[in-house]
Write a protein that binds this ligand. Structure first.
Ligand SMILES: [Zn+2]
Length: 279
């Protein structure tokens, strides 16, 4: 088994676009939806359920994780990245940042970023302040740390334990082109969220394309960032280069940003290739 620590391929790049031509029509004309999940990774199995669900539709999402949860479940940070989703900073302790000192805000962001980095994740390029409590000071501190603030446009209210699953479904029915949807995968007991999303995707997934928030994808959408034996590489890969590059790597980690089920299927092919190498 290789150590999966050092190689981040932050996009499907041109290689997978070329491969996708053999599959069905691209989804490029469909409205784009940005599903987001806060407060995880979960203390129960909801993160895994969401990852399975999203994978079934070739859907990508963004997970705004806390440092505390990332410390407790680093393997789930890896699983989120491995599945090609993006990560965002949701502070270390789910703190209310407005009214905090600049150093206090900086510390909350830095500790969360460090927890994700220690789990093998990339630098975080976006944040969502807990409770959406963001002001110019919070934005400025985030910006000074290389992060953009992202809130939401559709609140499913799944954070309210009194809200029934059908209310979450109703909220999902308000989704339109460009919607950023607020949901939660942690810290626990988010079964309602997973169930409502499963119901909604079953009937609506074919109408949309689901992408990770571009603000949260490090290194852009068409670049490859890799570290080979501790030497940094910044390369644009062609499809035929991937097997030979992977054969040179003693350790690697990668994330494909697939824009469609077709690309996700092409990604699976590479995963199988990688899995076969790991034996
Ligand atoms: Zn939160």
């Amino acid at each position: 088994m290789y150590n999966l620590t050092k190689f981040i391929l932050a996009s499907a790049c041109g290689c997978l676009l070329a491969t996708s031509a053999v599959f069905a029509e691209p989804l490029a004309d469909r409205p784009v939806v940005y599903l987001t999940f806060d407060d995880g990774p979960s203390a129960d199995d909801v993160t895994e359920r969401l990852l399975d669900l999203l994978a079934g539709y070739g859907a990508k999402a963004t997970f705004f994780v806390t440092g505390q949860r990332a410390r407790k479940a680093p393997e789930k940070i890896s699983a989120i990245l491995y599945a090609g989703h993006a990560l965002g900073n949701h502070t270390h302790s789910h703190a209310v940042l407005t009214g905090e000192s600049e150093s206090g805000i900086e510390s909350e962001f830095r500790r969360a970023g460090q927890a994700v980095a220690d789990a093998g994740g990339p630098p975080l390029t976006c944040f969502r302040a807990p409770f959406g409590a963001v002001d110019s000071v919070v934005k400025r501190v985030g910006s000074s740390m290389g992060m953009t603030s992202v809130n939401w446009s559709v609140d499913t209210r799944d954070w309210d334990s009194r809200v029934h699953g059908y209310r979450i479904l109703e909220s999902l029915n308000r989704i339109k082109d460009g919607s950023i949807v607020l949901m939660h995968d942690g810290p626990q007991k988010r079964e309602k969220t997973a169930a409502a999303l499963a119901d909604w995707l079953a009937t609506h997934a074919h109408l949309y394309q689901f992408k990770a928030l571009p603000q949260c994808i490090p290194y852009g959408t068409s670049e490859v960032f890799a570290v080979v034996d501790d030497q940094e590489m910044d390369v644009q890969l062609e499809e035929e280069d991937i097997p030979s590059l992977l054969n040179k790597l003693r350790s690697y980690r990668f994330t494909f940003q697939a824009d469609s089920p077709e690309q996700a299927r092409a990604t699976s092919t590479y995963r199988e290739h990688l899995a076969s190498r790991n034996h």
